[in-house]
Design a protein around this ligand. Structure first.
Ligand code: SAH
Ligand code: SF4
Length: 339
C-alpha cells in the first residue's frame, strides 16, 4: 500500500481537500481497494490523477499455489525493485492466518532454514508487509471470510527490522483502517534482545514467540548463529521482563532435528529454563529445507514431546502444513525474479 504521508502529499499537490487522503487510506485498508478505480468515494477526476502518480500496491502478485488439501496457499510477489517475497495463508475452520515475510532473505543464517541460506538482501517496509496481508484479505473477502490472525513468521527476522515491523503492527491495528486486534498478531524472533525490549514497551499486546531450538550455548551457537551475540542468559532475562510486564503467555519454538537437539541433556537444560508460569513450548517438526538435516518421524516428535512434558514443560506439537507447495516453516526461499 501507499504510505500515508505519500497519499497526503499527492492529495495536497493535486489541490484536493485533506479529507480525501483519509478516504484513500480507508479505501485501501478497510475497503481493500486494489487500485484507485475502485475508490468510488472519490470524484472520477481525482481517481485518475492519483492513479497517474501513485500505485496502490507496493507488491505485484506473480504466482499463487494452493496445497492439495486446500488448507494452505502461498503467493509470490515482486517488489518494485524486482525482489521476490512470499506470504502464506493458513486456513482453519474458524480462523484464517496470514504468515508474512519481514525481510528479503535473512542475515541470521540458521543452517536448517531456507530463508537464511542465501543471506540478507533488504528490509521490507511496513507497507510491503501490509500488502501481503491485504492480498489475502481480498481473496478471503470474495468468500465472505476475513483474516483473523497475522504472524510475522515468514522470511526474515522481524526484530532485525523492528521499526517497520512495529509500524506494520500499528497499521494492521489501526481502528480507522484494517482494525485487527494486537492480540491477533504474533512476532517470532530468534531472540534479538533490544527488539524484545521494544516490543514489550511499544506493543505489549502483540504475541511473542522466541525460537529457542537448543538450551545450551554451544549447540545454540551453531543452530542460531545470533546466539553468539545474544546468548541464552540474556535472551531469557528479556523473556522474564516481557512476561512480568505483559502478563501474557510467551511461546518458545523448537524445530525438531533428530540426533541434533532431541537428546536428554537438551531436554533437561531446556526444562530448567522453561518451567515457569506462562511459558509454553511448541515443537515444530523440521521441514525439508536442506542443510544436511533430516525430518523427524511422528514417533520421534511424540517421544520428545513426552520427555518435555515429563520434565514439567507445557509443550505441544505444531505441525506446519503446506510442505507440498514449499510453504511450511523454513521453506520460504529467496527468489530472484527474472525481469
Ligand atoms: N526469523 C524468525 C521468524 C521466521 S521463522 C525466527 O526464526 O523465529 C519461523 C519459525 O520457523 C522459526 O521458529 C524457525 O526456526 C522455524 N523454521 C525455520 N526453518 C525451519 C524448517 N526447515 N522446518 C521447520 N521449522 C523451521
Ligand atoms: Fe532467519 Fe528465522 Fe530462518 Fe533463522 S530461522 S535464518 S532467523 S528466518
Amino acid at each position: 500500500m501507499i504510505a500515508r504521508s505519500e497519499i497526503e502529499t499527492a492529495v495536497a499537490e493535486l489541490g484536493a481537500p485533506p479529507y480525501r487522503a483519509r478516504q484513500v487510506y480507508r479505501a485501501l485498508t478497510r475497503g481493500l481497494a486494489v487500485d484507485f478505480e475502485e475508490m468510488t468515494v472519490l470524484p472520477r477526476a481525482l481517481r485518475a490523477s492519483l492513479a497517474a502518480r501513485l500505485t496502490a500496491s507496493a507488491l505485484a502478485p506473480v504466482e499463487h499455489w494452493r496445497s492439495p488439501a486446500g488448507d494452505t496457499e502461498k503467493a509470490l510477489f515482486a517488489t518494485r525493485d524486482g525482489h521476490g517475497v512470499e506470504a502464506v495463508l493458513l486456513r482453519y475452520p474458524r480462523r484464517a492466518t496470514v504468515c508474512v515475510s519481514s525481510q528479503v532473505g535473512c542475515a541470521v543464517g540458521c543452517p536448517f532454514c531456507s530463508s537464511g541460506r542465501l543471506g540478507f538482501t533488504r528490509q521490507l517496509s511496513a507497507e510491503e508487509m501490509m500488502d501481503q496481508v491485504l492480498y489475502w484479505a481480498r481473496l478471503l473477502r470474495a468468500e465472505g471470510r476475513r483474516v483473523t490472525n497475522v504472524v510475522f513468521m515468514g522470511m526474515g527476522e522481524p526484530l532485525l527490522n523492528t521499526d517497520e515491523t512495529l509500524r506494520a503492527c500499528s497499521l494492521l491495528n489501526d481502528p480507522e483502517g484494517f482494525a485487527l486486534a494486537a492480540r491477533a498478531l504474533s512476532i517470532s524472533t530468534v531472540g534479538v534482545v533490544p527488539g524484545i525490549d521494544r516490543l514489550r514497551r511499544e506493543a505489549p499486546q502483540v504475541n511473542l514467540a522466541v525460537s529457542l531450538h537448543a538450551a545450551t550455548d554451544d549447540l545454540r551457537d551453531r543452530l542460531v548463529p545470533l546466539n553468539r551475540r545474544f546468548g541464552l542468559d540474556v535472551v531469557f532475562a528479556a523473556c522474564a521482563r516481557h512476561v512480568r510486564a505483559t502478563r501474557r503467555k510467551l511461546f518458545f519454538e523448537w524445530v525438531v532435528l533428530p540426533g541434533v537437539n532431541d537428546g536428554d541433556e537438551q531436554v533437561a537444560a531446556a526444562a530448567s529454563r522453561l518451567r515457569r508460569p506462562l511459558y509454553h513450548l511448541n515443537l515444530i517438526p523440521f521441514n525439508e529445507a536442506g542443510g544436511g538435516f533430516r525430518a523427524p518421524t511422528r514417533d520421534e516428535v511424540e517421544s520428545l514431546r513426552r520427555r518435555f512434558v515429563a520434565a514439567g514443560v507445557r509443550c505441544t506439537v505444531r505441525r506446519s502444513p503446506g510442505g507440498e507447495i514449499e510453504a511450511a516453516c523454513g521453506q520460504l526461499a529467496l527468489r530472484r525474479l527474472g525481469r
